[in-house]
Design a protein around this ligand. Structure first.
Ligand SMILES: NC(=O)c1ccc[n+]([C@@H]2O[C@H](COP(=O)([O-])OP(=O)(O)OC[C@H]3O[C@@H](n4cnc5c(N)ncnc54)[C@H](OP(=O)(O)O)[C@@H]3O)[C@@H](O)[C@H]2O)c1
Length: 263
């Protein structure tokens, strides 16, 4: 029997990049899927694809930058009688620019998607999972979770929050049957850089990780009940540096890395 037989995974940001590859892994492993993203067209395209692989798929077009988006998703699962066994908080956005060169509204939009909606979904579904003594949550953090990230400052700060929250919940829920796993990818070949305003992303595409491999690493860590996983050997080495170097030095390194991405 497959891991997912009779179980449902709800994945935010499931139409592109890492979220799409995660949805594919869950479909292959026999899970029913609830796919969340903004574009109805993309959701339907992905649903058709995963249905062809034998998965039962529902789609929910929801904008996670809007207040109450998480409540809307939760209410839908109640009205449709869908029990969410796995929650994947994957949707995320960033913006390459100096902090003051980006509108406050855009910063707040990023915070709402990466942090507020993620927290609300973890609370709503986490409460249900703990009550029934069973469930898993996968949170998309990043290698930048542990490094201040000048010129991508708000994004980096949201990922630090996701990493901290995930470890804290994993600890609070020890022994309840519910696990929380933070996935820390490095730079990965997805739409993220283009969407985040990096006009030159195609020039450094060669060094980017394969989103399918990142998704597989996340899935395996989640199913093993690990608290966190850094995807990829080079990223693991880089992660070790974050324990050895002062934050000011890490911030300087990240500034040099992000500067060419700011047009
Ligand atoms: N790519 C990287 O280098 C990298 C590295 C570390 C961590 N991560 C994290 O991995 C996660 C996935 O990133 P990715 O690189 O796969 O990004 P991506 O290719 O840009 O995909 C983002 C997904 O999220 C959805 N989404 C974006 N804004 C949304 C909103 N407001 N409401 C609902 N859905 C929304 C998008 O669909 P719609 O546009 O239709 O809404 C899409 O399905 C993010 O949390 C990101 O921070 C990425």
């Amino acid at each position: 029997m497959k891991d997912g037989t009779g179980k449902t995974a709800l994945i935010t940001g499931a139409t592109s990049g890492i979220g799409y590859e995660l949805a594919r892994v869950f479909a292959q492993e026999g899970f029913d899927l609830v796919l969340v993203a903004r574009s109805e067209e993309d959701l339907e395209r992905c649903a058709r694809e995963f249905r062809d692989e034998g998965a039962r798929v529902s789609t929910l077009p929801v904008n996670l930058s809007i207040a109450d988006a998480a409540e809307e998703i939760y209410a839908w699962t109640l009205s449709e009688n869908v029990r969410v066994d796995i929650l994947v908080n994957n949707a995320g956005q960033g913006e390459f620019s100096a902090f003051l060169d980006t509108d406050l509204g855009r910063h707040l939009e990023i915070i709402q998607v990466n942090l507020v909606s993620l927290t609300a979904l973890s609370h709503l579904f986490g409460r249900e999972m703990v009550a029934r003594g069973d469930g898993r949550i996968l949170q998309l953090a990043s290698v930048v979770s542990k490094m201040p990230s000048p010129l991508l400052a708000v994004y980096g700060a949201t990922k630090a929050y996701v990493h901290s929250l995930s470890h804290a919940l994993a600890n609070e829920w020890k022994g309840t049957g519910v696990t929380v796993t933070a996935l820390l990818p490095g730079a990965t070949d997805t739409g993220f850089f283009g969407n985040a305003g990096d006009a030159h992303w195609e020039e450094h595409r060669d060094g980017l990780a394969d989103p399918a491999q990142v998704a597989r690493d996340g899935y395996e860590a989640l199913m093993a009940g690990k608290t966190s996983v850094v995807s990829g050997l080079a990223n693991k080495a880089r992660d070790a540096l974050t324990h050895a170097l002062p934050d000011d030095t890490l911030a300087e390194m990240m500034r040099k890395q992000n500067a060419p991405r700011v047009s």
